[in-house]
Design a binder for this molecule. Structure first.
Ligand code: FDA
Length: 305
């Protein structure tokens, strides 16, 4: 718990972001979770995944963009990226962060950029995902997800099982026909808003996941690497008569590869989220916080040279 808080605290340090990303041992360690910094690296990874029966979801790393020009460039990047994905014959789906599209500058700007990306994804026949960030962004993220869903059919949003409010939010998204990617939640949140204990988060995930299966959400996605939880959700799906592929499991690149392969062999729908770009520090620190054993991996790559 202390290590998690420390790592999540470090994830918000501008100094570390500036400096640590230049240290070769950190760059070596991060490559485990990221095929590379360029769009071409993501495409290459998506091709390899497809050969293993897995489509990708892709995201260009970045968050809390403070410059209008940068937010616009991010939107332009996604427009080009979805066209490139389609031209490459891949089905990789974009996943965007609203604060990377300018939400901290103003909401209308983020909406306009989201609309631009949604239009491009729609034209390419690709589903659009919206990530969920810190709790202060949940209301606006759900509002914009609903608004996007009203214009473009194939839109989904990430919901976090650690927040007490998610039960209500899930019902709202189900009613609006917005697809849902359920995750445990990656940020540091106060006990007034989120379950502090992991066991409670896991229980919440299972209950919310069961509801998604029962209600046949527009898109039922479980974003987790937790094999025991995955097994329980598969049992629940079978009990409800939900066939494999009417729900999916999404993983982060490089994590639980054996479980990914096992699910594919069992006929389950699997996607892997591939992240790329040079703004990887806060994202990478959240990956370390999820599993403190990963810190030893970083230290080993320091010693190993
Ligand atoms: P948990 O942390 O309990 O891990 C279960 C097991 O998986 C561990 O025992 C370990 O074996 C393995 N594992 C988990 N994380 C690992 C890691 N980093 N390295 C190595 N092994 C690891 N969050 C958010 O707040 N907003 C979002 O938009 C998203 N989007 C998203 C998309 C997708 C596709 C996934 C898979 C996850 C996210 N997340 C997210 C992150 C999510 O909230 C959560 O922090 C991580 O998925 C870790 O939780 P698990 O469900 O994997 O369980």
């Amino acid at each position: 718990m202390i290590v998690r808080s420390l790592l999540l605290g470090m994830s918000e340090s501008a100094w570390l972001r500036e400096h640590a990303t230049r240290w070769p041992f950190v760059r070596r360690a991060v490559s485990r979770f990221m095929p590379g910094e360029m769009l071409a690296d993501m495409l290459a990874a998506a091709r390899v995944l497809r050969d293993a029966g897995i489509e990708a979801v892709f995201t260009k790393l970045g968050e809390n963009v403070a410059s209008a020009a940068e937010a616009e460039a991010v939107a332009r990047h996604y427009v080009e990226a979805v066209a490139t994905v389609r031209a490459a014959g891949l089905g990789a789906e974009p996943s965007v962060k609203l604060t990377q599209l300018g939400l901290d500058i103003d909401r209308d700007r983020a909406w306009r950029h989201l609309q631009t990306v949604a239009e491009a994804a729609h034209a390419a026949g690709l589903y659009l995902w919206i990530d969920m960030e810190q709790s202060r962004y949940v209301d606006v993220t759900l509002d914009l997800a609903e608004r996007a869903r009203a214009e473009f059919r194939d839109v989904g949003v990430c919901l976090q099982a650690y927040l007490y409010r998610t039960e209500q939010d899930l019902d709202r998204m189900l009613r609006a026909g917005v697809g849902v990617r359920l995750v445990k939640g990656a940020y540091q949140e106060p006990a007034s808003l989120a379950f502090p204990k992991k066991a409670d988060v896991d229980r919440s995930f299972e209950a919310l996941g069961g509801r998604m299966l029962e209600q046949r959400a527009a898109r039922v996605v479980f974003g987790t690497h937790d094999a025991a939880l995955i097994a329980r959700l598969c049992d629940r799906a079978r009990a409800l008569g939900a066939p494999p592929r009417s729900y999916e499991f999404h993983f982060l690149y490089g994590i639980q590869r054996a479980e990914q392969a096992r699910l594919v062999a069992a006929g389950e729908g699997v996607r892997v989220l591939v992240a790329y770009g040079d703004y990887w520090f806060p994202w990478y620190m959240r990956r370390l916080a999820e599993r403190p054993a990963n810190v030893w991996f970083v230290l080993r790559s320091l010693v190993g040279g």
